[in-house]
Ligand binder design. Structure first.
Ligand code: ZN
Length: 273
């Protein structure tokens, strides 16, 4: 009955782990080679790049919305417009956000290095924290496809202004500050669920993705459209795609290289100095 003999299993699982580690090393080498040979890189970043700066991810396994789905309601345009309590909570969240004191992560700095190498065409970010610009990327090369929390916009008259004065009003006790010009509802200049992206921003990102010689998607699970649609768009135009993300993404099977790891660790290795 040798067939029933228990198969020896390495208790530490070392054999499997070293195999996985070798595969990861190989993926990093392929990604490095693709980045090294590229001259016109378009980068798409998501929350994973900013978690290295201490800013929580909303949709990841430890995400704010994953643990508290009701919190996602705060980012729904209709709830924001209809419910003063949602606006009050949203302003408190903005006022106490870790973004205001965050420092760029090694992942951010690697993308600054890519620009200084003269090989970054456009940096499209789903992040609203402004950390790419703070790290040193040229604001003219950054498209904030989901807007920015550094500005506020009036939902009635459309006036935009820096966020700081409005947040000072919140800190002084105005729970739902209204537009000083027209009395309308003010909102962070971010794209909420149920709100359209700025067409010019999306068009610029899509145009760059079509013309790129490499698309690097970093720190994004590529689950939010239309931003994630940049990946199949690039692939459809024969543009190689490299994905760096802690978790699997919807496009891992069709990308040219996939590195599963934190952007803090992987981006400096892939982009180089
Ligand atoms: Zn107004």
């Amino acid at each position: 009955m040798t067939g029933a003999t228990l198969r020896h299993v390495d208790p530490a699982g070392l054999e499997g782990r070293s195999g996985a580690a070798e595969a990861a090393d190989a993926a990093v080498e392929i990604a490095k080679a693709l980045v090294r040979d590229a001259r016109r890189v378009v980068v798409l970043t998501g929350a994973g790049v900013s978690t290295g700066s201490g800013i929580p991810d909303f949709r990841g396994p430890q995400g704010v919305w994953t643990k508290d789905p009701a919190a996602e309601r705060l980012s729904t345009l209709r709830a924001y417009m209809d419910d003063p309590e949602v606006r009050r909570r949203a302003w408190q969240g903005r006022l106490h956000s870790p973004v205001w004191t965050a420092k760029p992560s090694p992942g951010h700095l690697a993308l600054v290095a890519l620009e200084r190498q003269g090989r970054l065409d456009l940096l499209v970010t789903q992040n609203i924290d402004g950390l790419h610009q703070l790290a040193g990327n040229d604001p003219g090369r950054v498209v904030e496809i989901h807007g920015t929390m550094h500005e506020v916009v009036c939902m009635a008259c459309g006036e935009r202004s820096p966020a700081a004065p409005t947040l000072e009003r919140v800190a002084r006790g105005e729970e739902d500050p209204e537009c000083l010009a027209c009395g309308g509802i003010l909102k962070s200049a971010t794209i909420s669920f149920g709100q359209s992206l700025v067409p010019a921003d999306l068009a610029r990102a899509e145009g760059a993705a079509r013309r790129a010689d490499l698309l690097l998607a970093a720190g994004t699970s590529l689950g939010v459209h239309p931003a994630a649609g940049i990946v199949p768009l690039a692939l459809g135009h024969g543009v190689p795609v490299v994905i760096v993300n802690a978790e699997p993404t919807a496009f891992d099977d069709v990308a040219d290289a996939v590195v599963h790891g934190s952007t803090t660790d992987v981006l400096p290795a892939v982009v180089g100095g």
